[in-house]
Design a protein around this ligand. Structure first.
Ligand code: PLP
Length: 402
């Protein structure tokens, strides 16, 4: 083994069975599902089967509660904008400070340009939501609450059901960005107070460019894209048929692997995390360690730069990430780590390793053998590191990066 793909929260490999399932739909069964002839009708049937598979993965009551979209971002935007437009008298939104940009930048836009009041609920050092602040923000003025199910950087899971019930009591629509949770932990929409839920195909071994939005029956809904009557008039545009069929197959596979994800994948993640922390001095794991996704490890290697670690890991054939894929490329620690108040010198050297059901023990071994030497090498070059370990200056550790 000379490589390890540990960036499954950024994206996953398309499962070979998913790929096989869609190939005939490019060149043999290429009809438009809205057409009356058999070329279209056959494809239309497959779309409805895919909808049922996604329904099963979510434990939803009706297949009509699933709307196919182009990605997680579209699902998030649709949910929030729909809730606002369905309740024009309510001018407030509640969200968390650690959401993905798919939610945060929309909220910032709505705040700056459309006059909405946004409540950004803070988190603690473990990334747990501040429930007192959440309760205080809820009122009859709130149109929509949008809270991520699980954080993409740390894997921390929010108490979504309790939060959804509290929102419902105030008449607010509750949306959850479950892009990182779907396929990794069991969900049961039948027993839930969630009104809308976003998911994305490429996080669960389907291709990029397909997503879905769950909308509970009876939830007031306004379409984001208007045009044809596809998706019962709730999302116009000819369906991404191969994407939808792929998502259906991926949902089936995810459902049958949930147990594996929560046993074997979790065990490999734990072995990786504990192994790294044991082998590398001044390193620690971030997030709510008792309540997080089974595949995600966020590890801070103190006194070095995450970008440099990623570069050397990449040279060793190891794909990981610092912060989310969208924030890497910038030298600032991610907004999630900053919100958790991770000390500056630790936040900088934080790496996310995210596994999947395709991860092997050999890959874990490869990361465990390669990483300690890389960290040691970088610390020798670090202005914060001396011959006896970290150097604490009068000014603390911050001036060089500030
Ligand atoms: N929400 C979360 C929590 C994510 O992690 C991501 C992708 O990283 C998205 C939304 C966006 O999904 P997509 O890439 O399908 O637009």
């Amino acid at each position: 083994m000379t490589s390890a793909y540990m960036d499954n929260n950024a994206t996953t490999r398309v499962d070979p069975a998913v790929l096989q399932s869609i190939l005939p739909y490019f060149s043999e069964y290429y009809g438009n599902p809205s057409s009356m002839h058999s070329f279209g009708g056959d494809v239309g049937k497959r779309l409805e089967e895919a909808r049922t598979s996604v329904q099963s993965l979510l434990g939803a009551e009706h297949d009509s509660e699933i709307i196919f979209t182009s990605c997680g971002t579209e699902s998030d935007n649709t949910a929030i904008l729909s809730a606002l437009s369905a309740q024009p008298g309510r001018r407030e939104i509640v969200t968390s400070i650690v959401e993905h940009p798919a939610v945060l930048s929309l909220c910032e836009h709505l705040e700056r340009h459309e006059g909405y009041r946004i409540h950004y609920i803070p988190v603690d050092r473990l990334g747990r939501i501040n429930m007192d602040a959440y309760e205080a923000a809820l009122s009859e003025q709130v149109a929509v609450v949008s809270m991520m199910y699980a954080n993409n950087e740390t894997g921390t899971i929010f108490p979504i059901e309790a939060m959804a019930r509290m929102a419902r009591a105030k008449g607010a629509i509750f949306h959850t960005d479950a892009v990182q949770a779907v396929g990794k932990i069991p969900l049961n929409m039948r027993e839930s107070a969630i009104d809308m839920l976003s998911l994305s195909g490429h996080k669960l071994h389907a291709p990029k460019g397909i997503g879905a939005l769950y909308v509970r029956r009876g939830t007031r809904f306004r379409p984001f894209l208007r045009g044809g009557h596809q998706e019962r008039g709730r999302r116009a545009g000819t369906e991404n048929t191969t994407g939808v069929i792929a998502l259906g197959k991926a949902a089936e596979l995810a459902l049958s692997h949930l147990e594996y994800e929560n046993t074997r994948v979790r065990a490999m993640r734990d072995r990786l995390e504990q192994g790294l922390i044991e082998r590398v001095p001044y390193s620690f794991a971030n997030g709510d360690l008792d309540n997080r996704l089974p595949n995600t490890a966020s590890i801070s290697f103190e006194y070095i730069e995450g970008e440099a670690i990623l570069m050397l890991l990449s040279r060793a054939g190891i794909a990981a990430s610092s912060g989310s894929a969208c924030t890497s490329g910038s030298l600032e620690p991610s907004h999630v780590l900053r919100a958790m108040d991770i000390p500056y010198t630790a936040a900088h050297g934080t790496i996310r390793f995210s596994l999947s059901r395709e991860t092997t023990d050999a890959e874990v071994d490869w990361v465990l053998t390669q990483t300690p030497a890389i960290i040691e090498q970088l610390r020798r070059l670090s202005p914060y590191w001396g011959s006896n370990g970290p150097i604490q200056s009068d000014k603390g550790f911050e001036p060089v990066y500030a």
